[in-house]
Design a protein around this ligand. Sequence first.
Ligand code: SAH
Length: 252
Amino acid sequence: MNTATNVDPSEVDKFNKLAHEWWDNTGAFATLHQINPLRLNWIEQNVKRGYQGIDTDKTAETGLTGKKILDVGCGGGILAESMARRGADVTGIDLGAENLKAASVHAEQSGLSQTLRYQHIPVETFAATHSGQFDVVTCMEMLEHVPDPSAIVDACFELLAPGGVCVLSTINRSPKSYLFAIIGAEYVLRLLDRGTHDYAKFITPAELDKMAQNAGFARQDIIGLHYNPLTKRYWLAQNVDVNYMLAVQRPL
Ligand code: SAH
């Protein structure tokens, strides 16, 4: 697929229109704020695991500290900023100009602009000039919004140095995800705006595994992200029926 066409403008628009809410803990992106510590820790764990025992100048012990990270589809920078706070050097890219504006303003206010920057560019284009330049690439909650997710996964591979770790997250396509992620989250609990997600674009773990494998990645780990609306508690567990994350590594 042509690089410039691997975006659905109506998808990016949905996020752009809500850009003023990115840093409102109780706004449209409240869920992302709530899951962020969980996913941040899981990403760091997998980075440590990935760098263990491999012979590069990057160490496992420091986790995210000192790692060069690209966050693809960064939105308002919720994850990007938290990784910069852990001592990483982070670049966030997205195709929503308003999202990036909100992200940059917040990074500035947080005093993080030395180690955190944002760019409006398709990942495939960015990969063509930054091949092998990152230690870690994250792409969270974005693959289910693009026409050709496998091209994004290929670009993530290209951007990583050998030994580098990539963490992807998306939503499974299963009866349970239809019930929880669409009916539950958008209609019953109103956690998300209606139309945020399109069931047909959800990706099964087997499909994502295949994309990662075709790109050249070796699989590290997979985990499910769970939410109990009654207790408002979030946790990680083996079950990947709805939201999940996959960690993969570019072989040495
Ligand atoms: N990754 C962030 C935001 C997820 S929301 C987080 O988890 O906190 C999804 C984001 O993907 C939005 O900011 C949207 O603008 C972006 N997006 C959608 N299609 C895209 C594409 N083709 N390329 C880059 N970003 C895209």
